[in-house]
Design a protein around this ligand. Structure first.
Ligand SMILES: Nc1ncnc2c1ncn2[C@@H]1O[C@@H]2COP(=O)(O)O[C@H]2[C@H]1O
Length: 326
């Protein structure tokens, strides 16, 4: 047993229970099987840069990555190739010799501090013999990984560098940002500089696509006066535009230089100013009531937002209006 292994330590239940939930999402687990896992699974903490498995080593364990990144690589002559990138929520093992029957061809290294749950292959074999449901669960996991591996083999050989990168983005929804560019480039078998260029191009088309939404945003604010809804949220406005909240935030920041709240408040203040200058609103309504009409939920937020936009209080502003405007 290589000495770099820490002694056996059971994981905390708040960590192992979600892992068992992932397993049972592939098929029901009996309480006995869950308990057997709780008894035998161990925790593995890896510092960034340390090995989970070294090439040539016979691994007698399977792992589930709870947090962090594990990358597989192998070297051929002077060349080093990233063979897989594993992010949290995935299983990792020496693919060749999964049950400790042959040395691993790939080395597996933590690309950031990682936390894994391990299981001895002998325990897994024992589970197969003792709990029939474990066979079903493992069969389904392997079917899924087989499908993913096939997709990867096809996609990585086909298409342009951009298409390969698009495949990669689809294969790790929501997770891809955390993997270092150099690692992704090696995985997709392209130069780091090529990948940087593709990423930049995709960023700029995304910004252009977002800009196409500006007329719709204007429409939603002007005709539907969505800002007048008290406590309107970023989520509601993005739902109206049918885009994600982070895309809307990005658009507001890029185009207006404003965060969501300031953007909404600017519309509200413009609404108030419009009302004040157009008719004799103040004969019927107090200035506070006009603020509430505009969508502000209190006098203080109204006054603060007004000052931020116009540089003075609403009352001072009214005094600057000519009598004809009032
Ligand atoms: N990365 C690791 N891989 C395998 N076992 C580990 C690791 N880190 C700690 N261990 C523990 O080290 C133990 C060594 O003996 P066991 O095989 O009984 O069980 C092993 C695990 O409990």
């Amino acid at each position: 047993m290589p000495s770099r292994y820490a002694p056996f330590k059971k994981p905390e239940s708040f960590i192992i229970n979600p892992v068992l939930d992932v397993l049972s999402s592939f098929g029901p687990m009996s309480t006995d099987l869950r308990n057997a896992f709780l008894e035998r699974a161990f925790e593995v903490k890896l510092k960034k840069g340390s090995f989970l498995i070294k090439s040539g080593e016979t691994s007698k364990y399977l792992y589930f990555l709870v947090s962090g990144i594990i990358a597989g690589y192998r070297t051929k002559g002077n060349e080093s190739l990233t063979t897989f990138i594993c992010v949290d929520g995935e299983f990792v093992s020496a693919i060749v010799g999964m049950y400790g029957t042959a040395p691993s061809e790939d080395s597996m290294v933590a690309e950031e501090d990682s936390y894994l749950i391990g299981l001895r292959s002998t325990d897994l074999l024992y589970f197969f013999d003792t709990y029939p449901e474990m066979n079903i669960i493992m069969r389904r996991i392997l079917e899924l990984y087989y499908k993913v591996a096939h997709e990867r083999a096809v996609n990585i050989r086909m298409g342009s560098a951009k298409e390969k990168y698009e495949y990669y983005l689809r294969s790790l929804p929501g997770q891809f940002d955390k993997v270092p560019v150099e690692l992704v480039a090696s995985y997709l078998d392209m130069k780091g500089s090529t990948l940087e260029k593709i990423k930049k191009e995709m960023e700029s088309t995304r910004s252009t696509n977002l800009l196409l939404l500006l007329p719709k945003l204007q429409e939603v604010m002007q005709s539907e006066q969505l800002f007048r809804k008290k406590r309107i949220t970023l989520g509601e406005l993005s739902a109206h535009l049918q885009i994600g909240t982070h895309h809307l935030s990005h658009l507001l920041n890029q185009h207006y230089g404003k965060n969501f709240q300031d953007f909404i408040n600017q519309w509200r203040v413009d609404f108030v100013v419009d009302l004040l200058s157009q008719n004799d609103a103040l004969q019927y309504l107090t200035i506070e009531a006009i603020g509430l009409q505009a969508g502000f939920s209190s006098k203080s937020t109204f006054f603060a937002a007004f000052k931020k936009e116009k540089g003075c209080s609403p009352l001072k502003y009214i005094k600057t209006l000519s009598p004809a405007e009032m």
